[in-house]
Design a protein around this ligand. Structure first.
Ligand SMILES: [Fe+2]
Ligand SMILES: [Fe+2]
Length: 255
Protein backbone atom coordinates (compact mmCIF):
# COMPACT_ATOMS: atom_id res chain seq x y z
CA UNK A 1 0.00 0.00 0.00
CA UNK A 2 1.64 3.16 -1.20
CA UNK A 3 0.86 6.80 -0.49
CA UNK A 4 -0.03 9.04 -3.45
CA UNK A 5 1.77 12.37 -3.62
CA UNK A 6 -0.83 15.04 -4.45
CA UNK A 7 1.50 18.03 -4.07
CA UNK A 8 5.17 18.15 -3.12
CA UNK A 9 5.45 16.60 0.37
CA UNK A 10 1.68 16.18 0.69
CA UNK A 11 0.30 12.67 0.34
CA UNK A 12 -3.05 10.94 0.14
CA UNK A 13 -2.83 8.10 2.67
CA UNK A 14 -6.48 7.05 2.86
CA UNK A 15 -8.27 3.83 1.99
CA UNK A 16 -10.57 2.76 -0.83
CA UNK A 17 -13.69 0.85 0.16
CA UNK A 18 -14.64 -0.92 -3.06
CA UNK A 19 -17.41 -3.01 -1.56
CA UNK A 20 -19.33 -0.55 0.64
CA UNK A 21 -22.92 -0.60 -0.64
CA UNK A 22 -24.81 1.27 2.08
CA UNK A 23 -23.94 4.44 3.93
CA UNK A 24 -26.29 6.09 6.43
CA UNK A 25 -28.96 3.88 4.88
CA UNK A 26 -28.53 5.03 1.31
CA UNK A 27 -27.33 2.84 -1.49
CA UNK A 28 -23.73 3.48 -2.51
CA UNK A 29 -23.38 1.37 -5.63
CA UNK A 30 -19.91 2.68 -6.46
CA UNK A 31 -18.31 2.14 -3.02
CA UNK A 32 -16.42 4.97 -1.34
CA UNK A 33 -13.10 6.06 0.03
CA UNK A 34 -11.97 7.46 3.37
CA UNK A 35 -9.40 10.08 2.56
CA UNK A 36 -6.59 11.02 4.92
CA UNK A 37 -3.63 13.25 4.08
CA UNK A 38 -0.07 13.43 5.31
CA UNK A 39 1.89 16.70 5.24
CA UNK A 40 5.67 16.58 5.60
CA UNK A 41 6.96 19.80 7.08
CA UNK A 42 8.95 20.69 10.20
CA UNK A 43 5.88 19.37 12.00
CA UNK A 44 4.55 16.17 10.40
CA UNK A 45 0.79 16.24 10.21
CA UNK A 46 -1.91 13.70 9.44
CA UNK A 47 -5.26 15.14 8.41
CA UNK A 48 -8.10 12.80 9.40
CA UNK A 49 -7.92 9.01 9.65
CA UNK A 50 -10.05 6.28 8.06
CA UNK A 51 -12.85 3.90 9.02
CA UNK A 52 -11.58 1.45 11.64
CA UNK A 53 -11.43 -1.73 9.49
CA UNK A 54 -9.00 0.10 7.17
CA UNK A 55 -6.58 1.23 9.88
CA UNK A 56 -3.72 -1.06 8.75
CA UNK A 57 -4.03 0.36 5.24
CA UNK A 58 -3.69 3.89 6.59
CA UNK A 59 -0.68 2.98 8.69
CA UNK A 60 0.98 1.19 5.79
CA UNK A 61 0.49 4.16 3.48
CA UNK A 62 1.89 6.56 6.09
CA UNK A 63 4.81 4.19 6.70
CA UNK A 64 5.56 4.11 2.95
CA UNK A 65 6.57 7.79 3.33
CA UNK A 66 7.72 8.30 6.91
CA UNK A 67 8.02 6.58 10.27
CA UNK A 68 4.53 7.09 11.80
CA UNK A 69 6.15 7.75 15.20
CA UNK A 70 7.35 11.06 13.75
CA UNK A 71 3.83 12.46 13.36
CA UNK A 72 3.37 15.60 15.48
CA UNK A 73 -0.27 16.43 14.81
CA UNK A 74 -3.39 14.53 13.84
CA UNK A 75 -6.12 16.89 12.69
CA UNK A 76 -9.59 15.49 13.31
CA UNK A 77 -11.97 17.54 11.19
CA UNK A 78 -14.97 15.40 12.09
CA UNK A 79 -15.83 12.97 14.88
CA UNK A 80 -17.87 10.51 12.82
CA UNK A 81 -16.13 7.09 12.78
CA UNK A 82 -15.61 6.97 9.01
CA UNK A 83 -13.01 9.70 9.65
CA UNK A 84 -11.96 9.19 13.27
CA UNK A 85 -12.34 5.41 13.66
CA UNK A 86 -8.61 4.72 13.35
CA UNK A 87 -7.58 7.49 15.73
CA UNK A 88 -6.84 5.28 18.78
CA UNK A 89 -4.84 2.88 16.58
CA UNK A 90 -2.86 5.71 15.02
CA UNK A 91 -2.25 7.30 18.42
CA UNK A 92 -0.73 4.01 19.55
CA UNK A 93 1.73 4.35 16.67
CA UNK A 94 2.26 8.09 17.02
CA UNK A 95 3.30 8.55 20.65
CA UNK A 96 4.20 12.22 20.19
CA UNK A 97 1.10 13.30 18.29
CA UNK A 98 -1.41 15.85 19.49
CA UNK A 99 -5.00 15.59 18.30
CA UNK A 100 -6.35 18.85 16.95
CA UNK A 101 -10.13 19.14 16.94
CA UNK A 102 -12.90 21.74 17.09
CA UNK A 103 -14.13 23.19 20.39
CA UNK A 104 -16.39 22.44 22.00
CA UNK A 105 -18.04 19.73 19.92
CA UNK A 106 -15.06 17.94 18.38
CA UNK A 107 -13.44 17.73 21.77
CA UNK A 108 -16.63 16.49 23.42
CA UNK A 109 -17.28 13.92 20.69
CA UNK A 110 -13.76 12.49 20.54
CA UNK A 111 -13.51 12.27 24.34
CA UNK A 112 -16.83 10.42 24.50
CA UNK A 113 -15.66 7.92 21.87
CA UNK A 114 -11.98 7.47 22.58
CA UNK A 115 -11.40 8.76 26.11
CA UNK A 116 -8.46 10.88 27.10
CA UNK A 117 -5.94 11.64 24.38
CA UNK A 118 -3.64 14.65 24.10
CA UNK A 119 -6.27 16.92 22.56
CA UNK A 120 -5.92 20.53 21.56
CA UNK A 121 -9.10 22.42 20.71
CA UNK A 122 -9.28 24.99 17.92
CA UNK A 123 -11.91 27.52 16.96
CA UNK A 124 -12.65 29.79 14.00
CA UNK A 125 -9.61 31.74 12.90
CA UNK A 126 -7.09 29.64 14.84
CA UNK A 127 -3.96 28.70 12.94
CA UNK A 128 -1.24 26.13 13.41
CA UNK A 129 2.25 26.61 12.05
CA UNK A 130 3.85 23.47 10.60
CA UNK A 131 7.08 25.23 9.60
CA UNK A 132 6.90 26.30 5.97
CA UNK A 133 3.15 25.83 5.95
CA UNK A 134 0.26 26.99 8.08
CA UNK A 135 -3.09 25.39 8.74
CA UNK A 136 -6.19 27.52 9.28
CA UNK A 137 -9.31 26.05 10.84
CA UNK A 138 -12.79 26.91 9.62
CA UNK A 139 -15.71 25.49 11.61
CA UNK A 140 -18.59 24.28 9.42
CA UNK A 141 -21.14 23.38 12.12
CA UNK A 142 -23.94 21.07 10.98
CA UNK A 143 -22.19 20.35 7.73
CA UNK A 144 -23.23 17.84 8.70
CA UNK A 145 -22.47 17.38 12.41
CA UNK A 146 -22.06 20.02 15.15
CA UNK A 147 -18.31 19.33 15.35
CA UNK A 148 -17.56 19.52 11.61
CA UNK A 149 -14.71 21.74 10.48
CA UNK A 150 -12.49 22.10 7.43
CA UNK A 151 -8.77 22.88 7.31
CA UNK A 152 -7.13 25.27 4.87
CA UNK A 153 -3.46 25.52 3.96
CA UNK A 154 -2.86 28.99 2.42
CA UNK A 155 0.69 28.29 1.22
CA UNK A 156 -0.55 25.32 -0.83
CA UNK A 157 -4.04 26.70 -1.51
CA UNK A 158 -5.49 23.36 -0.47
CA UNK A 159 -8.77 22.98 1.38
CA UNK A 160 -9.06 19.75 3.35
CA UNK A 161 -12.83 19.67 3.23
CA UNK A 162 -13.74 16.43 5.02
CA UNK A 163 -17.39 15.55 4.21
CA UNK A 164 -18.05 18.70 2.17
CA UNK A 165 -17.70 18.34 -1.62
CA UNK A 166 -17.30 14.56 -1.22
CA UNK A 167 -18.78 11.69 -3.15
CA UNK A 168 -19.21 8.04 -2.31
CA UNK A 169 -17.08 6.74 -5.13
CA UNK A 170 -14.30 4.17 -5.15
CA UNK A 171 -11.80 4.88 -7.88
CA UNK A 172 -8.30 3.82 -8.80
CA UNK A 173 -7.36 7.42 -9.56
CA UNK A 174 -7.39 10.27 -7.10
CA UNK A 175 -8.27 13.39 -9.09
CA UNK A 176 -11.39 14.79 -10.74
CA UNK A 177 -9.69 15.15 -14.15
CA UNK A 178 -8.76 11.46 -14.13
CA UNK A 179 -12.35 10.31 -13.70
CA UNK A 180 -15.60 10.49 -15.67
CA UNK A 181 -16.95 13.93 -14.76
CA UNK A 182 -20.58 13.00 -15.29
CA UNK A 183 -20.19 10.20 -12.73
CA UNK A 184 -18.46 12.59 -10.30
CA UNK A 185 -21.21 15.20 -10.51
CA UNK A 186 -23.87 12.51 -10.20
CA UNK A 187 -22.22 11.04 -7.10
CA UNK A 188 -21.53 14.49 -5.60
CA UNK A 189 -25.20 15.37 -6.07
CA UNK A 190 -26.38 12.07 -4.63
CA UNK A 191 -24.08 12.60 -1.64
CA UNK A 192 -25.34 16.16 -1.12
CA UNK A 193 -28.95 14.98 -1.41
CA UNK A 194 -28.52 12.19 1.13
CA UNK A 195 -26.13 13.75 3.65
CA UNK A 196 -26.46 17.53 3.37
CA UNK A 197 -29.88 18.47 1.97
CA UNK A 198 -31.30 19.25 5.40
CA UNK A 199 -28.46 21.67 6.07
CA UNK A 200 -28.78 24.07 3.13
CA UNK A 201 -28.58 27.11 5.38
CA UNK A 202 -25.45 25.77 7.10
CA UNK A 203 -23.95 24.94 3.70
CA UNK A 204 -24.58 28.55 2.69
CA UNK A 205 -22.84 29.73 5.87
CA UNK A 206 -19.90 27.43 5.13
CA UNK A 207 -19.60 28.67 1.55
CA UNK A 208 -19.58 32.20 2.95
CA UNK A 209 -16.86 31.31 5.46
CA UNK A 210 -14.78 29.89 2.61
CA UNK A 211 -15.27 32.97 0.46
CA UNK A 212 -12.03 34.80 -0.07
CA UNK A 213 -9.91 31.67 0.35
CA UNK A 214 -7.81 31.07 -2.72
CA UNK A 215 -8.45 27.38 -3.38
CA UNK A 216 -6.56 25.37 -5.98
CA UNK A 217 -7.38 21.96 -4.61
CA UNK A 218 -10.22 20.53 -2.53
CA UNK A 219 -8.91 17.45 -0.76
CA UNK A 220 -12.18 15.80 0.21
CA UNK A 221 -12.88 13.20 2.89
CA UNK A 222 -14.66 10.88 0.40
CA UNK A 223 -14.17 10.11 -3.25
CA UNK A 224 -11.92 12.09 -5.54
CA UNK A 225 -9.92 15.26 -5.01
CA UNK A 226 -11.05 18.34 -6.96
CA UNK A 227 -8.25 20.21 -8.72
CA UNK A 228 -9.58 21.03 -12.20
CA UNK A 229 -13.25 21.70 -11.48
CA UNK A 230 -13.19 23.72 -8.25
CA UNK A 231 -15.48 26.45 -9.58
CA UNK A 232 -17.94 23.93 -10.96
CA UNK A 233 -18.32 21.97 -7.69
CA UNK A 234 -18.46 25.22 -5.70
CA UNK A 235 -21.23 26.54 -7.98
CA UNK A 236 -23.12 23.27 -7.70
CA UNK A 237 -23.00 23.53 -3.88
CA UNK A 238 -24.24 27.10 -4.19
CA UNK A 239 -27.11 25.91 -6.34
CA UNK A 240 -28.03 22.88 -4.25
CA UNK A 241 -27.82 24.75 -0.93
CA UNK A 242 -30.03 27.62 -2.09
CA UNK A 243 -32.63 25.16 -3.33
CA UNK A 244 -32.84 26.43 -6.89
CA UNK A 245 -35.77 24.65 -8.48
CA UNK A 246 -35.72 23.29 -12.00
CA UNK A 247 -38.80 22.76 -14.12
CA UNK A 248 -39.56 19.07 -14.39
CA UNK A 249 -42.32 17.05 -15.95
CA UNK A 250 -43.59 14.12 -13.89
CA UNK A 251 -45.29 11.21 -15.57
CA UNK A 252 -47.36 9.25 -13.07
CA UNK A 253 -48.60 5.87 -14.09
CA UNK A 254 -50.01 2.72 -12.60
CA UNK A 255 -50.69 -0.72 -13.95
FE1 LIG B 1 -19.92 12.74 8.43
FE1 LIG C 1 -17.83 11.10 6.10
Amino acid sequence: MKAVEIRKDIYWVGAIDWSMRSFHGYETSRGSSYNAYLILDEKITLIDTVKEPFKEELLERVASVIDPAKIDYIISNHVEPDHSGSLPFMMAHCPNAKVITSVPNGLKGLKARYGDLPYEGVKAGDTLSLGKRTLQFVPTPMLHWPDSMVTYCPEEKILFSNDAFGQHLASGSRFDDENDLSVLYYEAKKYYANILTLYGRQAQAALKALQGLDIEMIATGHGIIWRSHIKEIHDLYEKWSTGVLEKRAVVVFDT
